[in-house]
Design a protein around this ligand. Sequence first.
Ligand code: CA
Length: 646
Amino acid sequence: MTNTKQYFDSPEFREQFHCDSPLGSFLSPEGTTFRLWTPTAEAVELRLYPAGDGGGPAEVHALHPAGRGLWLWETDRNLDGTYYDYAVTVDGIARETADPYARACGLNGRRSMVIDLRRTDPPGWAFDRPPAPKPETVIYEIHVKDFSWDPASGVPEDCRGKFKALTLEDTTLDGGGEHPTCLAYLQRLGVSHVQLMPVYDYGSVDEGGAADAFNWGYDPVNYNVPEGSYATDPRCGEVRIRELKEAVQALHRGGFRVIMDVVYNHTYHLDSWLWRTAPWYYSRQEKSGAPSNGSGCGNDIASERSMCARYILESVLYWAEEYHIDGFRFDLMGLLDVELMERIRRELDRRWGRGEKLLFGEPWSAGGTGARPGTVLAGKAGLPLLDAATGAFCDATRDAVKGPISAEEAPGFVNGGGLDPAVLTNCLRGWTRAPGEFSVKAPSQTITYLSSHDDWTLWDKLVLTMDRSRDFDRLSPELLRANRLAAAICFTCHGRLFLLSGEEFARTKHGIRDSVCSPLSINRLDWRRAWENRELVDYYRGLIALRMQLPGLQDKSPRAGERIADVTEPVRDCVTVRVDNTGGSSPWRRLFLAYSARQEETDVSLPEGTWELLADGTSSFLWRDPEEMERRFTLAPVSAAIFGQR
Ligand code: CA
């Protein structure tokens, strides 16, 4: 096994086997072609099936080698809709495998399907365009199934938990016609981007099994095919494709850009389609030959190898091109290499325009990885080497505001941990050229956030740190105050903004830290709670609307941090800041921000001149009819205030 590592890492292997020809199955007026890259194969068989699952092959054909590891079979027949797989023989062992380059598949993705993609386009697809960019990026992370599973969502039963639910534009609580849910709710909230947790075909949910099976989906099986359990018919290969396109189209029509969560760092099992077509080539190995496990999922993709890099790059471009995806969130980006991330950035920019497609990821991994020596990984240390338009989740702000994810009861700024002016300054500046681990070139690289699907929800972290009775359901005023302060800090920090769906209504998973395979009763968005907690929702809504008007906070340039000045500490746990808000069409040239984590009221001196109170600890909509004030202001306990000066 050690030898495979050295062999696949060697320049000689690349020289001999790197292949730039198209891979997959293709239809043309001349017929159908099957093209598989399998450099170490001794024989390859193609098996054609009338169905995506069950029954034996109707035909078997031998592929022939065509050089550089490419194997081919061609026919003058049009095999659109035919299912297929391969038997690849390496070292005398024949392995059955679907096509890793498949763009359509049958039930549970075990067989691939030849597809004419044009017949999967919904009406009007050729004219589908993303909405014009908003002044600020506010990303809302949803899971297709948990978003609409709750009957209170008002989504018809046959659409609940499906791509179809994302096409419904006027759903209301309990179907009562009054309080918007799902897309209509998000439009009112004002977010700019909807991020879909994995929607490629993953393996942990049986597509033919129970309707309420749940998993986040970080276990990729077919990278270039949508997940079948979100489709109304997972057995019919074109349905999942058409229905995801319909969802993207509806999201675009609704005013949202669409981000896809992509998990190229590992496959569901080491024994994947990639592995079966080229054993060990796509997988990092330790010196001992054991599979590398920096993902914590049992295997790591060898992104630094040329055919693996090609695979990932082409997959990203395919989703952008075929499904009109507007951005990509890379799971465990710290396992992929900087060179590949830079190539992806360049190709996206070249095809769609500079920065048009968002690109960001998690700048960490679950552990060390056996990458080829000399590989530079896109973890935190790699951030300054990445393009300024390639971003990363900022755990520094997240942990400073609400407390670290490493210790349940450890607090942050808003829940008793103290408000440190030096750390807050770095948060406000999006950690641009900051000392310490998280440091970026510009706020364009910073994803500023408080919660994502991982770890405790913001609300649960507040309960764990502030409520001894651990009552996750009770909406206590004290916790709501801390929640609003956390949101106000987040929405006044530089960077692109991100929130877990439901953070704005105190979403709870009842203290469960990792709900990856928890039941839907834990994971589903509780639309009744969203209504009950509408005051908190409105607080987020006002912050989002205000942020859209503040060029001083939207600034993504390397010098944006210079706008943040005069960070002062009038009293302990109370910090004030001035922000230069010039440069856009905002009515306010200057901002004055005040944050207090104190349990008492705090008197704050306003800088010279007349100030308008745009938001305080209770309302973030004061800017619609602002009160003017001078000299002094009394800041409520555990609250923030945002002032503007014309
Ligand atoms: Ca699946």
